[in-house]
Design a protein. Structure first.
Length: 41
């Protein structure tokens, strides 16, 4: 699945279990309702 702003906004929460360069952290922060960051990214 592609992490589009619409897809991210459709979830109640995101769990980041790894710090990865492929993630658009700014987009996740803007569109996610709740982020649980287990890696400190």
């Amino acid at each position: 699945m592609t992490l589009s702003p619409k897809a991210v906004a459709g979830y109640d929460a995101l769990v980041l279990a790894t710090d990865h360069d492929a993630f658009d952290y700014a987009m996740l922060l803007k569109h996610a309702r709740l982020i649980v960051d287990a890696r400190g990214a």
